[in-house]
Design a protein around this ligand. Structure first.
Ligand SMILES: Cc1cc2nc3c(=O)[nH]c(=O)nc-3n(C[C@H](O)[C@H](O)[C@H](O)COP(=O)(O)OP(=O)(O)OC[C@H]3O[C@@H](n4cnc5c(N)ncnc54)[C@H](O)[C@@H]3O)c2cc1C
Ligand code: HEM
Length: 389
């Protein structure tokens, strides 16, 4: 527990830390990876180089310090971090490592400004947040272990089928090597995978792209140019391949209500929307499925969505192609526009969106311009949360 004096110190020094937050995290990560090379494998190094993970951590530290006397304000952000950590099996001893290196990085960047009192206050603040996350994560680990077909830590899954979905997306069906049941997940959640590729251990998240069925999980992976894991999966993973997986996690899920649902996706961002679509239809909700792709060559799952639309009068689907091929017949050509959104999105609908970052920025701006209330909007990033403004 922080003392009132420590709370006052955190509030007084938070603006200085905020000002230097990105420098602090850019000192922190190399320091941690050099001192504790074993934690390197849990982080996606592309997110380090692009700066998205250091920024996400810096933003979290700043948001936390600014709300030190009102932690309830952090609710959704904390849940997102907890889910991401759980999907990658983050453990308490790793908090020791992060704490040591983060506090040292603060000291290195701010120098003599960090008096012993300030250092002690930030140490206490770090551990207050760390303990909150550790407790919430432990609760999740236990809950998943107790579910039918659930587990804790890694479980060996085997690829039992793979299928071409588009020129760039391939699906993989995974079943437990132990032949036991597989826990149900909430549509929209993702799996954490740990792979050994040419001697290096790497971890990645993949959304579950088909409804839960107790026996297999499906992931659908886009080949990223220059991407380590996606190319490995596409080029070297066939039926029979085994991989370590952590239990599904994630908070990009349907809000529990009966409102209409708009699922607005681009490219491989479609993956979590597919089980969400199944679930919303099963609940009898009105669904508007808007999908943007370059053209038919890279448009995955079209047959599936088309056939659902013929079976369910409450599903409206709209395809938008920015670079249609000769013979392509999308509903619209170009990009998603405010007119398309206004035409199809019911005024009371919840809107879920996901796609490449430029698409996310564009959609976020449109929704803001259309004055859609923030509580009606949810989105996911295929990486650490980034600012959309
Ligand atoms: C919650 C969540 C759900 C996801 N769901 C899906 C999904 O359903 N389907 C899917 O396909 N993906 C999904 N992803 C993304 C997935 O986790 C991977 O990030 C993606 O497959 C790319 O991984 P990779 O190893 O192939 O590429 P990486 O090796 O991570 O590289 C990514 C990009 O960064 C570039 N890069 C790598 N290293 C460097 C460097 N040092 N300097 C500069 N550039 C570099 C690469 O060239 C490449 O373009 C999801 C991610 C999250 C967080
Ligand atoms: C108080 C301590 C911590 C805070 C405030 C914190 C904060 C965050 C935040 C904000 C994210 C991004 C979430 C998202 O938007 O998806 C994240 C992701 C992550 N965190 Fe933590 N974290 C802490 C401790 C740890 C520890 C101890 C580890 C393990 C070494 C860890 C490993 C990770 C990993 C691997 C990711 C995903 C990174 C990626 O996608 O590249 N974190 N954390």
């Amino acid at each position: 527990m922080l003392t009132p004096d420590q709370i006052a110190i955190i509030k007084a020094t938070a603006p200085v830390v905020a000002q230097h937050a990105e420098r602090i995290t850019s000192v922190f990560y190399p320091l941690m990876f050099e001192r504790y090379p074993e934690v390197r494998e849990v982080f996606n190094q592309a997110h380090q180089h692009g700066g998205s993970q250091p920024r996400a951590l810096a933003n979290a530290v700043v948001a936390y310090a600014s709300n030190i006397d009102n932690l309830g304000a952090l609710g959704a952000a904390v849940e997102r971090i907890v889910q991401k950590h759980v999907s990658l099996n983050i453990t308490p001893p790793q908090y020791q490592i992060v704490g040591e290196c983060l506090l040292e990085a603060i000291g290195r960047v701010l120098g003599d400004a960090v008096t012993p009192e300030i250092g002690a206050a930030w140490t206490a603040a770090y551990w207050q947040l760390a303990n909150l996350l550790i407790a919430a994560e432990e609760k999740e680990y236990r809950r998943k272990a107790e579910l039918t077909g659930g587990w804790r830590g890694t479980r060996r899954l085997r690829v039992v089928r793979r299928a071409f979905e588009s020129e760039v997306i391939t699906s993989f069906w995974l079943a437990p090597v132990d032949n036991g049941p597989l826990m149900d997940f909430t549509p929209g959640q993702y799996l954490g995978l740990r792979l050994d590729i040419d001697g290096a251990t790497v971890q990645r998240n993949y959304s579950l792209s088909d409804a839960p069925n107790g026996k297999t999980y499906r992931i659908s992976v886009k080949r990223e140019p220059g991407g380590l894991v996606s190319n490995y999966l596409h080029d070297r993973v066939q039926e029979g391949f085994e991989v370590d997986a952590f239990a599904p996690a994630g908070e990009f899920t349907l809000a529990q209500n009966s409102k209409p649902v708009v699922l607005l996706t681009a490219g491989v961002g479609q993956t979590p929307a597919l089980p969400m679509l199944d679930r919303a239809l099963a609940e009898g909700r009105q669904v508007i499925y808007l999908h943007a792709a370059l053209n038919s060559a890279v448009h995955a799952f079209r047959k599936r969505v088309d056939s659902l639309a013929t079976e369910h009068p409450n599903l409206r689907h709209v395809y938008i192609y920015s670079e249609p091929l000769p013979g392509d017949e999308p509903h619209y050509r170009g990009f998603v526009t405010p007119e398309i959104l206004q035409r199809y999105a019911p005024a009371d609908a919840d809107i879920y969106f996901l796609g490449p970052k430029p698409f996310m920025v564009h959609v976020n701006r449109m929704l803001r311009d259309l004055r859609v209330a923030a509580e009606r909007i949810r989105f996911e990033f295929f990486g650490p949360m980034e600012a959309l403004d």
